[in-house]
Structure formats: structure tokens, C-alpha cells
Design a protein. Structure first.
Length: 332
């Protein structure tokens, strides 16, 4: 396809005004990892990108301008940061559209002389209504964005084609996780790296039906079930000693050793005067969606329900506060 920016002779450079609002991205970096170069994309509705389709039709889209940034270490801390102007300015009136950044293994050669870094540990944050450069939107958030995720070292050896050995970061989700955060001014990413829980895999040596990648886990188990990446919940279970159902908020009701808790803070309902809600979480502080609870209020009334998708109780009248009793039955 033919591609260009319309309007010959225009100045497409960025020129952020001095008073532009800033968006700060901070990464808390484990010692075994390093930050990737950040890809920053600005878009413009004025300076269009023009392409021609297969039939020669003219296709116009918002123009885009890429900038690459390195996150800078803050003193002697483990925090790395970059500030980005939300308003890119210039004749095109650029606005910050999205950023792509992440972490990778700092020294792959500790796993062998020819080991290189593979994939994993990526984050995309979208600040407008456009789709991200990679895939669709996975998670939408209101306000500032805080990301804290578990990662495990994963060594993969490939045999078909050019032989290679890579060290990757295994986590929940894909190589990149996409967030839309329209109002965010602070983005904080904390990868929690469990260096001692190592999983390895061997690619197939001959392509034929029934041949799959073979995964070897820290407990000595070997699995070849057609998956192309490690079982994240199995790694979480091996590390914590808890059943895998206990580690997923959506499966928590099946956990054989449940430890839910209702946080004592009364959250008033802004659109419903005289009502409020409580937050119900697991033992790690993660909100539990669609989870059964029963409360007895200060007025002696009993209320049974399930939490919302955000882990909140249904709005309760203020006469329920403070609570007398809280129970977490499992109803069928």
C-alpha cells in the first residue's frame, strides 16, 4: 500500500508548549531486569496519513509521529522514569496517543553463552480512543494506572529452522498487555520477578501430529499438552503452595482454603445519597468479583448477595454501617 502524510511542505515536527500537561511513567525495576526503550506515539487529526487501497481508493487516517525514549534512573533507587508532554504541539497539533514499554532480562548470557532475550514483559498504555499498535484493548481503567504483575524466567530451546535458545518472561497474558487509561497522568509499573522459579521448554524436533512443546516445571513435572507458553497458574501455585483456584479471583470460590475479607472502609455512593458499599478482597488484596457474601448490619437486618465485577457489595443503606457480622457462604 502507498503511504504518505498529506500536505507537502508542512512541518510535522513536535513542539510541545511549555505549559503542556505531563504524563509520568515509572517502572520499579528488579535487579535481574532492565527497561526496554519506550516507543511513544503521537497522533494528529490535522496532518492525515493517506493510503491507497487495492482498488486505488483514497484512505485517510489520523497521522502519527513516533518518538523513542529511555527511562532514566531516579538517583540510586530502583525507580526508572520518563515524563511525556500530553500536548505534542506543532503545526499538526499532536496529542499523546499511546506508549509501548516494558522490561527484559538484563543478562541472558548467564543461562549460556549463546542465549539471547526472547519476549515478555511488555506493556501498552493508550491515552485516546484509537486502537493500540499491537492487538486490541485488554483492560480499561479510570484515573491513574498502577500495574503490578508476577513474572517468571522461562528458557526455551528451538530446534526447527535455525537453532536458538532464549530467556523469556512468563506471565499472565501475552507478550504485551494493553491498557486504555484516558484520564491517567501517572502510570506505575512494578514487575515482580521470581528469579528462583525457573521453567524450561524444548521445541519439537520433527513436525508431526502429536508432537508438542515440552515444558519442565520446578517440581519435576513435564507437560506437553499443545500449549505454546508455560502454565502461569501452575507456576503461581508452585511458588505459593496454594491451589491454583486460590490464585484467580474468578476461581476463588473453588479454593479449598479460602481467606476472603471485607475491608472496613465504608465507600459512599455518590449517585445514591444515604447508601454505601464495602470492598471484598482475597488475602492478597485483590477485589473478588461475583463472590457470595452475607452481612448483618447495625440495624440487625441481614443482606445476602454477590459482589459486583469490581468486588464491591451492592449499595447498602447507611443504617447497615457499621456491620455486626460478615460471612462468606458458598451458595449453589
Amino acid at each position: 500500500m502507498f503511504f504518505s502524510l498529506s500536505g507537502c511542505g508542512q512541518d510535522y515536527s513536535l513542539a510541545p508548549p511549555a505549559n503542556s500537561e505531563k504524563i509520568t511513567v515509572t517502572v520499579k525495576l528488579p535487579k535481574e531486569l532492565k527497561t526496554e526503550t519506550m516507543w511513544v506515539m503521537y497522533r494528529s487529526a490535522i496532518c492525515k496519513s493517506v493510503s491507497r487501497g487495492a482498488s486505488g481508493q483514497r484512505i485517510e487516517r489520523d497521522g502519527h509521529h513516533s518518538v523513542y525514549k529511555e527511562l532514566e534512573r531516579q538517583g540510586e533507587s530502583d525507580l526508572y522514569q520518563v515524563e511525556l508532554p500530553k500536548d505534542g504541539g506543532g503545526a499538526c497539533r499532536w496529542h499523546l496517543a499511546n506508549v509501548t514499554f516494558g522490561v527484559e532480562y538484563a543478562d541472558p548470557t548467564r543461562f549460556g553463552e549463546n542465549v539471547t532475550y526472547g519476549a515478555g514483559g511488555g506493556v501498552v498504555v493508550i491515552f485516546d480512543y484509537n486502537n493500540p499498535p499491537r492487538g486490541g484493548i485488554d483492560i480499561k481503567v479510570d484515573g491513574d494506572l498502577t500495574i503490578k504483575k508476577d513474572y517468571y524466567p522461562w528458557i526455551h530451546e528451538k530446534f526447527i529452522g535455525k537453532h536458538s535458545k532464549t530467556i523469556n518472561l512468563a506471565s499472565e497474558g501475552g507478550i504485551y498487555i494493553n491498557y486504555q487509561a484516558l484520564q491517567a497522568r501517572e502510570v506505575y509499573f512494578e514487575p515482580v520477578f521470581h528469579a528462583s522459579v525457573l521453567v524450561s521448554s524444548e521445541g519439537v524436533k520433527v513436525k508431526k501430529a502429536g508432537n508438542f512443546i515440552k515444558f519442565s516445571y520446578p517440581d519435576g513435572s513435564v507437560v506437553a499438552d499443545g500449549q505454546t507458553k508455560p502454565d502461569f497458574w501452575k507456576l503461581q501455585s508452585l511458588r505459593t503452595g496454594r491451589a491454583r483456584e486460590c490464585l484467580s479471583v474468578w476461581q476463588y470460590y473453588r479454593c479449598p482454603d479460602r481467606r476472603p475479607q471485607l475491608l472496613p472502609e465504608w465507600i459512599t455512593s455518590p449517585d445514591k445519597p444515604g447508601f454505601g458499599q464495602y470492598l471484598i478482597v482475597d488475602e492478597w488484596g485483590n477485589p473478588l468479583p461475583v463472590y457470595d457474601y452475607q452481612v448483618v448490619g447495625a440495624n440487625g437486618r441481614t443482606y445476602r448477595e454477590r459482589t459486583t465485577s469490581e468486588g464491591l457489595t451492592k449499595p447498602l443503606p447507611s443504617s447497615f454501617h457499621p456491620l455486626r457480622e460478615v460471612e462468606f457462604p458458598v451458595w449453589k
